[in-house]
Design a protein around this ligand. Structure first.
Ligand code: IMP
Ligand code: MG
Length: 176
């Protein structure tokens, strides 16, 4: 594995995103919806950097990957949110990475049906080279190339999520 983003890089980006969100949501405290499992560390760091009071934190779990580095392309809801949890609320979806965008589009459809007042996506990482869905990711930490990344919540077959830094897999180990 090769180091790609250090703790400091990530910390600076999380602080910048928190500041942006504080500015945009200061008059309308949001509900954050963390996407499990990959988004758990990012969400935890982000809420602790934000100064805006948070109205609620919900979690959604979506499965899109099998055991490897290639998405199945067919997201499946593993765990939803309670009825009424986001109705009329200002919602921010907090994700580790937007890759093809299939998962994010699926999540947005699921959440829109629950009638939030607004819905935006905040992703630590954005891999636009692989995008297959049209979607707007308003808050992005880093735009990254088409390489498979692990650490800081991101896994390969459930491993490496606990690493405080982000790494690329060695050449040949991943798809890009
Ligand atoms: P998408 O539906 O193709 O956008 O994939 C989104 C999901 O795939 C993310 O929430 C991650 O769980 C996973 N994923 C995509 N790219 C990577 C990567 O580089 N490393 C680890 N997981 C990834
Ligand atoms: Mg994953």
């Amino acid at each position: 594995m090769t180091p790609y983003l250090s703790r400091e890089d990530i910390g600076v980006a999380v602080a910048r995103l928190a500041e942006q969100l504080d500015l945009d949501y200061r008059r309308r405290p949001p509900v954050l919806v963390g996407i499990l499992k990959g988004g758990f560390i990012f969400l935890a760091d982000l809420v602790r950097q934000m100064k805006t009071p948070i109205q609620g934190i919900e979690f959604l779990q979506v499965a899109s990957y099998g055991p490897g580095t290639v998405s199945s392309g067919r997201p499946r809801m593993v765990r939803g949110i309670p009825d009424g949890a986001i109705q009329g609320r200002e919602v921010i979806v907090v994700e580790d990475i937007v890759d093809t965008g299939t998962t994010t589009a699926f999540i947005s459809r699921y959440l829109e049906r629950r009638r939030p007042a607004s819905l935006e996506v905040c992703a630590l990482l954005d891999k636009p080279a692989r995008r297959q869905c049209q979607l707007g990711v308003k808050y992005v930490g880093f735009t990254v190339p088409d390489r498979f990344l692990v650490g800081y919540g991101l896994d390969l077959a459930q491993r490496y999520r606990e690493l405080p830094e982000i790494y690329t897999l060695e050449e040949g180990a991943g798809p890009g």
